[in-house]
Write a protein that binds this ligand. Structure first.
Ligand code: COA
Length: 361
């Protein structure tokens, strides 16, 4: 409990102490503001210096290319050719270093973030905050995955078309529930695109496709939301809800893998897993990936199956809804993008792994 003065003299003494504390708070805050100004100045000068160096390096690269092109006339010695190659490698490495530096410097938001948030600085200035934000992103996905799983289960098995018609209800299917479910999906994917843009701003190496995949998913869920009740909707409804159930299950496995990578990387010094050569991490990652990949590929083929089903439905004479073709195209885009990108990620990881192995021999 706080000390509470009883007599007047004690009150005066307490006031004296409070005054001293107050002075100290003011001094600390003044110092804090001064340091903030210094940090802002350093940020500006660092950003400008990086920009200048980048420009110079670009010009130098172009000049070196020109020198190499004129090689026979200029008669470059083998040492010169070797030095040029060394400089080119260093220029490539410097570009990566600059990108890592920029992850800790404020930068202008891209078009999407500017449209959604305005021009507010979203760069987190230390590694702990970046880690905490990424961790929070993974946990957010997990919580929503559980909610979406329960929601799709309810729509699929508790409010299904057959159950309700069997019980004699005239309006089949939980129409409002389906709408709420699709609305939740739209909101979820929209939120993911914003969070992922902020992560990219903070140096995350999320591939452009995964972000685009969430834009397409937002669009797809939006179209599903507008699909009116009818025979065609009912024809696709169960397949769609079963797919959503499966997707939530895969998302749960993905969470286990991604958060495992995140915590292990943090323990190993917070580098990107593509760069990491530590044996223990690599074997854990490959074990995780080999377990996850069959489930992922099955999900991709389900997207293809959804797309084919919708295209077949589109050919039916009673098909009047534009949503059928739109959803079919969206599923096809998702299938192609997810399948090709996942194969690309695995191939790149495999090549990097082989490269690291040959370097360590
Ligand atoms: N969504 C969001 N972020 C992703 C992602 C995804 N699908 N895949 C990778 N990332 C992030 C990683 O967390 C990492 O972030 P960081 O730089 O902040 O640490 C970065 O992108 C680089 O990751 P990378 O090394 O390329 O891949 P990974 O080992 O983390 O994951 C896969 C590889 C194949 C498991 C992952 O890309 C994946 O799950 N893909 C399939 C998604 C899919 O098809 N979903 C539909 C299922 S039906």
């Amino acid at each position: 409990m706080l000390f509470s003065p009883t007599g007047v003299s004690e009150c005066f003494r307490e006031w004296g102490d409070i005054e001293k504390d107050y002075q100290q708070i003011q001094d600390t805050h003044r110092l804090y503001k001064q340091k903030l100004e210094e940090v802002t100045k350093l940020q500006v000068s660092c950003t400008a210096a990086i920009e200048r160096q980048r420009k110079k390096l670009k010009e130098l690269s172009a000049s070196l290319e020109e020198c190499k092109a004129k090689h026979p006339e200029q008669k470059l010695s083998p040492e010169d050719v070797e030095s040029i190659a060394d400089i080119e490698v260093s220029i490539g490495e410097r570009d990566n270093t600059f990108s890592e530096m920029e992850a800790f410097l404020p930068k202008k938001n891209g078009l999407y973030l500017t449209l959604v948030l305005g021009n507010v600085n979203v760069t987190l200035l230390n590694k702990q905050s970046k880690f905490a934000y990424k961790d929070e992103y993974e946990k957010f996905k997990l919580v929503l995955t559980v909610i979406l799983f329960l929601f799709s289960f309810t729509c699929r098995f508790l409010f299904s078309y057959r159950n309700l018609t069997r019980t004699g209800l005239r309006r089949p299917s939980g129409g409002a529930l389906d709408a709420m479910f699709n609305f939740l999906l739209v909101w979820y994917y929209c939120t993911l695109t914003i969070r992922e843009s902020i992560l990219i701003n903070n140096g995350s190496r999320i591939r452009g496709w995964w972000v685009f995949h969430h834009y397409v998913s937002t669009f797809l869920s939006g179209v599903m939301l507008t699909w009116p009740e009818g025979t065609l909707y009912q024809m696709f409804r169960n397949q769609f809800l079963s797919y959503c159930l499966y997707q939530s299950f895969v998302q749960f496995l993905q969470y286990y893998y991604q958060s495992g990578c995140l915590y292990r990387l943090r323990a190993l010094g917070e580098r990107h897993n593509m760069d990491l050569t530590v044996e223990g991490f690599q074997s854990w990652m490959w074990r995780g990936l080999t377990f996850l990949l069959p489930f992922l590929f099955f999900g991709h083929f389900w997207q293809l199956y959804n797309s084919v089903t919708l295209f077949k439905m589109f050919q039916l004479p009673e098909c009047k809804e534009w949503q059928v073709a739109m959803c079919g195209c969206s599923y096809m885009v998702l299938y192609l993008g997810n399948f090709i990108t996942t194969l690309g990620v695995v191939y790149q990881k495999y090549m990097k792994n082989q490269d690291n192995k040959s370097k360590s021999l």
